[in-house]
Design a protein around this ligand. Structure first.
Ligand SMILES: Nc1ncnc2c1ncn2[C@@H]1O[C@H](COP(=O)(O)OP(=O)(O)OP(=O)(O)O)[C@@H](O)[C@H]1O
Length: 252
């Protein structure tokens, strides 16, 4: 079954600004896809549709549908939305939006405890998620005592603890030093998940995602192998995308 299916999603903000102009996208289980595009392209707007934070329909200028596995996102269906939010793990750019409890262990336990897990099962789930991001040794520490790279990894663990079907990461490499950036890449490559990664870091997209989608002006303007898209200098220039100075896409 398809992991994520967007069908002609249009969205206008309440002030009338049309941010998405009919986005259709299909992601299969196990795919890792980068969502690229200049500032204001609509990437965040699209991501906020994936777990019903923004509605896919119901408002003037907004229509279309979003499905995660066999379920369609319907912001009015409360129980359905809870299941969608378990299935779609959103990792925000700022980990401090996700970490708010006194210890790392409590933050990672929060989601699965809400699902009803208790006792040894809950402890095992927390340990598994922290181990997956190499953060098992910080369980009892306060999140705000950790580095940004560590906090971002813990934020990923809070989402993994829900055993999501789709992991969505917003700008995972932003503000990380080169070592933390590389460590996070190694962790992500080791995860057995379907991934949608929003990024301006084109080498990161190349490293982590075999497929990329370029969004511009609320429309998908390219969808294909990341290596091919990033080798197309005219395409990149048309959509305000740039490889870092001196970076050459390696030949396959
Ligand atoms: N709350 C809002 N009300 C009205 N317009 C908005 C709102 N939020 C975003 N927009 C507009 O919608 C468009 C898409 O914004 P969005 O944040 O989705 O882009 P983005 O691709 O994520 O950009 P960035 O790379 O800067 O994060 C932009 O023109 C933006 O100004």
């Amino acid at each position: 079954m398809t992991a994520l299916l967007l069908d002609d999603v249009r969205y206008a903000y309440p002030d009338g600004h049309q941010a998405l102009h009919g986005v259709s996208l299909r992601i299969e289980p196990g795919e890792r896809v980068a969502l690229l595009g200049p500032n204001g392209a609509g990437k965040t707007t699209l991501v906020l549709h994936l777990n019903g934070i923004l509605p896919a329909s119901g408002l003037t200028g907004s229509s279309g549908s979003v499905s995660v596995g066999d379920r369609t996102v319907d912001p009015k269906d409360r129980p359905g939305l809870a299941e969608i939010r378990r299935r779609v793990g959103l990792v925000f750019q700022d980990p401090d939006d996700q970490l708010f409890l006194p210890t790392v262990g409590e933050d990672v336990a929060f989601g699965p405890a809400n699902l009803g897990l208790r006792g040894a099962e809950l402890v095992a789930r927390v340990d598994e998620a922290l181990a997956a991001v190499g953060m098992g040794d910080v369980k009892d520490r306060a999140p705000h005592h950790l580095s940004l790279g560590q906090r971002r990894r813990v934020a990923v663990a809070t989402v993994l603890a829900m055993r999501p079907d789709l992991l969505v990461m917003d700008e995972p490499s932003s503000n990380l030093d080169p070592q933390a950036r590389r460590e996070l890449a190694e962790i992500v490559l080791g995860l057995d998940v379907t991934l949608l990664m929003v990024t301006h870091d084109l080498p990161y997209a190349l490293q982590l995602c075999p497929r990329s989608v370029i969004l511009d002006g609320g429309r998908i303007v390219a969808d294909g192998p990341t290596r091919e898209l990033l080798s197309d200098t005219e395409l990149l220039a048309r959509h305000r995308l740039e490889l870092p100075y001196g970076f050459a896409v390696p030949v396959a």
